[in-house]
Design a protein around this ligand. Structure first.
Ligand SMILES: Cc1ncc(COP(=O)(O)O)c(C=O)c1O
Length: 415
């Protein structure tokens, strides 16, 4: 029987089997044919503490019995109020305002609109957005516009707006900083960046000092600084926010994925009082014109409150440190493999390149993805970049299984 489901980022014409997942627990998912599969990519980077965390599952069940959904324009509810205050307490000052949306992409759209609204309401119509080469910020039109252009965006080019691109920092970061300075001096509304790790662009890492410098340049020229921590947030790079390692606080902060521990969709865009105040007036024409039907859905907010309670009550950073150490150890071993180059790690994220570029190894991502699935690992390389980004609860045996599978694949591929 053919399924009517149209899957994301999937070429159905290749006829690949799509496994039916029935349940999950901790760092594993289970399929209808009885396989237990190690989730080495946290189900697209969302699952932080582990699948079906009992505290998050209980909060969702409890909230679903009380209040499932309520329009959020002109109405409020306790889970949203509690969550907003908890986020303000947890995230760095002066991020004092919380705007809810539903996904990483929408949190980016909101940040971009807030930046332009800020300038428009001040009567200074800056509208140019600066971005970093190789960035990814989501798949809605605005998010695509501020992301890298390529095969993913080619068909939609007429919908995308122009941006100013600064080069990804190489061994010498000066060209990046010089380009940012020149474009900031010329006038721009905002810079949007993925702090320390460019995820979908190929797990490209850059040093905290560069982020610090970029933030300083934006501050010097009055360019708003948007940190997209949709992937890097909630401990992935070793600290709650990647920005913390660079000691910077953005004007706008985008969070999603791990906000609910990865259980249900929710996002926030946090803003400084300056940005909120630019929209604050008795004039309705100056309000922030954005909403979606499920803004601040109570069940999603309850899940996020449970996630924040886990961060408060449990040794989450200690678990992250342990996973980071274990990742470093496995990475050092696999780096010795002749087919592996560019081994690197940021907190719990390990990445490396594989393949020789030609022949069998050239089209390596789909081959490895399939091999992983056949060997009970969920992995999804980005081209020839392999990354391992598991939930923090993964144990040593499961982590070893992931790396052993990659090693076997490389041995077989180069045999
Ligand atoms: C840095 C970053 N921003 C935004 C997004 C988009 O998030 P979503 O897929 O929830 O729309 C992603 C998704 O991977 C991301 O990595």
């Amino acid at each position: 029987m053919t399924s009517p489901v149209w899957h994301p980022f999937t070429q159905h014409g290749l006829g690949e089997a799509i496994p039916l997942v029935t349940h999950a627990d901790g760092a594993a998912i289970h399929t209808a044919d009885g396989a237990r599969i190690v989730d080495a990519i946290s189900s697209w980077w969302v699952t932080t503490h582990g699948h079906n965390h009992p505290r998050i599952a209980a909060a969702i069940a409890d909230q679903a019995q009380r209040l499932d959904q309520i329009i959020f324009a002109g109405w409020t509810h306790e889970p949203a109020e509690t969550l907003a205050q908890a986020l303000v307490d947890l995230m760095p000052a002066p991020l004092a305002h919380v705007f809810y949306s539903d996904s990483g992409s929408t949190s980016v759209e909101v940040a971009l609109k807030m930046a332009l609204g800020y300038w428009a309401n001040r009567g200074e119509p800056h509208d140019r957005i600066l971005v970093m080469e190789h960035s990814y910020h989501g798949d809605t039109i605005g998010a695509m516009s501020v992301g890298a252009r390529g095969v993913f965006t080619r068909s939609y080019t007429p919908l995308l707006f122009d941006v100013g691109t600064i080069p990804f920092p190489g061994a010498d970061a000066q060209p990046t900083l010089d380009a940012l300075e020149a474009q900031a001096r010329a006038g721009a509304a905002a810079l949007i960046v993925e702090p320390l790790v460019l995820g979908a662009g190929g797990m490209k890492f850059y040093a905290p000092e560069i982020l610090t410098e970029m933030r300083a340049i934006c501050a010097r020229y009055g360019v708003l600084f948007i940190a997209d921590e949709v992937m890097t947030g909630w401990g992935r790079t070793g600290t709650l926010l990647a920005c913390k390692q660079a000691r910077v606080v953005p004007d706008l902060l985008c969070l999603s994925k791990g906000l609910t521990g990865g259980a249900v969709p929710l996002a926030v865009t946090m803003a400084t009082p300056e940005i909120f105040d630019a929209h604050y007036a008795t004039d309705r024409a100056r309000m922030f014109f954005h909403s979606s039907s499920y803004t601040a859905n109570p069940i999603a907010c309850a899940a996020a409150n449970a996630n924040l309670a886990i961060w408060r009550d449990e040794p989450v950073i200690a678990r992250i440190d342990l996973l980071a150490t274990r990742q470093a150890d496995r990475l050092a071993r696999i780096a010795a493999h002749p087919s592996v180059t560019g081994a690197r790690r940021a907190g719990t994220i390990a990445a490396f390149e594989i393949g020789g570029g030609e022949g069998y190894l050239a089209d390596i991502a789909p081959l490895l993805t399939r091999y992983a699935r056949e060997n009970n690992v969920l992995l999804r390389p980005l081209g020839d970049t392999v990354y391992v980004m598991p939930p923090y609860c993964i144990d040593e045996a499961d982590l070893d299984a992931v790396y052993a599978m990659v090693e076997h694949f490389l041995d077989e591929a180069s045999a």
